[in-house]
Write a protein that binds this ligand. Structure first.
Ligand code: OAD
Length: 254
């Protein structure tokens, strides 16, 4: 991190401490330092797999076993990793802040495992099974053989509880996220390429409604020119430093 970035951190820490309502959008980059691959980086999932073959209802209808093979592989990978310092710093930010809502596109559940409490999951959660026919959550075994897919009591096949391409976001999730975004005075966009809408529209909506916009991402994105501050470094490095700076300012303020 450059000296200029470090100066920005102190400034940001004050900004966060003085904010009344913080919206905090996260994407796959936040989990990268835990070992969960992102989607669009050079080593990301969508460079190895084709979303149209895996993450949509038609693919599931045609070959549910192949789709489950992919999701069971991702579940296994996610079950073997732990939250990283970025996830834990977000928990601290929530505790210190007056009003805080974490809005995540991630399905890996690592924010909750770390201890975040006010979390809106825009793209669902990979640790949940729901019925492909009636949509109800199917409780029970998450670890099953790809050829032995559990059934719902209605007879439908279990599918992963994530949002696929071409599907609507859970209504309550997008409404809460959108309402909060319009009311907040500070908004973070962290570890997301801001390539997938409607989630990607939230930082712009926040800014349009007067929020101060901070982006943290090692790479520039389409959002970067609109951000008030952009820190180009990994979230697992930057976020703990912001929390550290906040704690020393709080100590000095008494
Ligand atoms: P992407 O893979 O599109 O973007 C990940 C972003 O994280 C990139 O901009 C990276 O530069 C950044 N990044 C990489 N390492 C980082 C680090 N250590 N710290 C911070 N940032 C880092 O992932 P998303 O933006 O989350 O949707 O993708 C959005 C949606 O597209 C996903 O939720 C998924 C996917 O298709 C569905 O499956 C519905």
């Amino acid at each position: 991190m450059t000296n200029q970035s470090i100066d920005k951190l102190d400034f940001l820490a004050r900004r966060v401490l003085d904010a009344k309502k913080i919206g905090f959008l996260t994407g796959a980059g936040v989990s990268k330092e835990s070992g969960v691959p992102t989607f669009r980086d050079a080593d990301g999932l969508w460079n190895k797999f084709r979303p149209e073959e895996l993450a949509n209802a038609t693919a599931f209808r045609n070959d549910p076993h192949m789709v489950w093979q992919w999701y069971n592989w991702r579940r296994k990978l996610i079950n073997e990793v732990k939250p990283n310092p970025g996830h834990y710093a977000i928990v601290e930010l929530e505790k210190i802040s007056e009003g805080f809502l974490l809005i995540t596109q991630n399905v890996d559940d690592l924010h909750r495992v770390a201890g975040s409490e006010s979390v809106v999951e825009l793209h669902g959660n990979i640790q949940v099974n729901k019925c492909f026919s009636c949509g109800k959550v199917i409780e029970g075994e998450l670890d099953f053989d790809n050829d032995n897919i559990p059934h719902c009591e209605c007879g439908g096949l279990a599918r992963p509880g994530v949002v696929w391409f071409g599907e609507m976001l859970p209504e309550d999730a997008i409404i809460s996220a959108s309402n909060w975004t319009q009311e907040c005075d500070l908004f973070f966009s962290v570890g997301t390429s801001t390539a997938v809408f409607p989630a990607a529209g939230l930082p712009y909506e926040a800014k349009k409604n007067g929020a101060y916009l901070i982006e943290i991402n090692p790479q520039p994105t389409d959002l970067t020119p609109f951000a008030d501050v952009s820190i180009q470094a990994p979230s697992g490095e930057v976020l703990p430093k912001i929390v550290e700076a906040m704690n020393s300012i709080r100590g000095a303020r008494g």
